[in-house]
Design a protein around this ligand. Structure first.
Ligand SMILES: [Zn+2]
Ligand SMILES: [Zn+2]
Length: 258
């Protein structure tokens, strides 16, 4: 199984519009972060986690046109802002209905923002609306895509729930501020953890770097890759040097084999 990091940035991306800080003006390509999303490939299946506003750019950049399953973590725009562009995937895949997997609270957000595309009932009359199946999933209850078993995990994004995902020894947790014991137990010394860490100051909805490292120290995964970083995290190169062994900042375009 391969994980391709399509985007590793926070909601406003890096560089941020109008910012002239050393990170936003860095020439290191690893300091250019599209909004957070990963592609998991294995057994001939492509699974995408989240389709944010950079979805189109991410598909084009990596020449991806087939997504067999879309897993959505929560209905914030930086995670669902690219859903309209999934129309192109629908065409590219010969109008085979797209398969989406999300919990109820996410689905409610999708119905609200994308009522023209994915109506609560019936089918859309919007030009080119994709055929789509939204599968309701629930944290703690495993489900199957065509080729993978996936275990959705509960985590909290402040007061709002957020869905994490486990498949094989990969655990994916983005936009988390607290992680219940039940979910922590899914992380073992064989786990490759992909974890959101926003920046260095405290934030009411996200782990900062200190909280993320504390979580890693407590749960002891084999390796950890940090995602969903803002420019306040500093330059990639400096961050990489200061992190403990087995914790790495992810960057756009990074591929890891699991
Ligand atoms: Zn986010
Ligand atoms: Zn969020």
């Amino acid at each position: 199984m391969e994980v391709l990091f399509l985007g590793t940035g926070a909601s406003l991306g890096v560089p941020m519009i109008g910012c002239t800080c050393e990170v936003c003006t860095s020439s290191d390509p690893r300091d250019k972060r599209l909004r957070t999303s990963v592609l998991i490939s294995g057994n001939g299946e492509n699974i995408l986690i989240d389709a944010g506003p950079d979805f189109r750019e991410q598909m084009l950049r990596h020449g991806i046109s087939g997504i067999d399953a879309f897993l959505i973590t929560h209905p914030h725009r930086d995670h669902i802002g690219g859903l309209d562009d999934t129309r192109a995937v629908y065409y590219a895949m010969g109008k085979k209905p797209l398969q989406f997997y999300a919990e109820d609270f996410t689905l409610e957000g999708v119905y609200k923002y994308y009522d023209y595309l994915f109506p609560r009932e019936g089918t859309s009359d919007y030009h080119g609306a994709p055929g789509a199946q939204w599968h309701r999933i629930e944290a703690g209850i495993p489900f199957r895509t065509e080729k993978h078993e996936i275990f959705p995990l509960r985590a909290m994004h402040g007061h709002m729930p957020v869905t994490g995902f486990k498949t094989g020894n990969l655990v994916y947790l983005t936009d988390v501020k607290s992680v219940p014991e039940q979910t922590r137990r899914e992380i073992t010394n064989n786990t490759v953890l992909v974890l959101g860490a926003l920046h260095r100051r405290p934030h009411h909805l996200h782990f900062n770097l200190e909280e993320a490292l504390k979580f890693v120290a407590e749960t002891k995964p084999r390796r950890t890759y940090l995602i969903h970083m803002s420019h306040w995290m500093g330059k990639h190169e400096a961050l990489e040097r200061e992190l403990p062994p087995d914790v790495f900042p992810a960057y756009d375009g990074l591929r890891i084999e699991i």
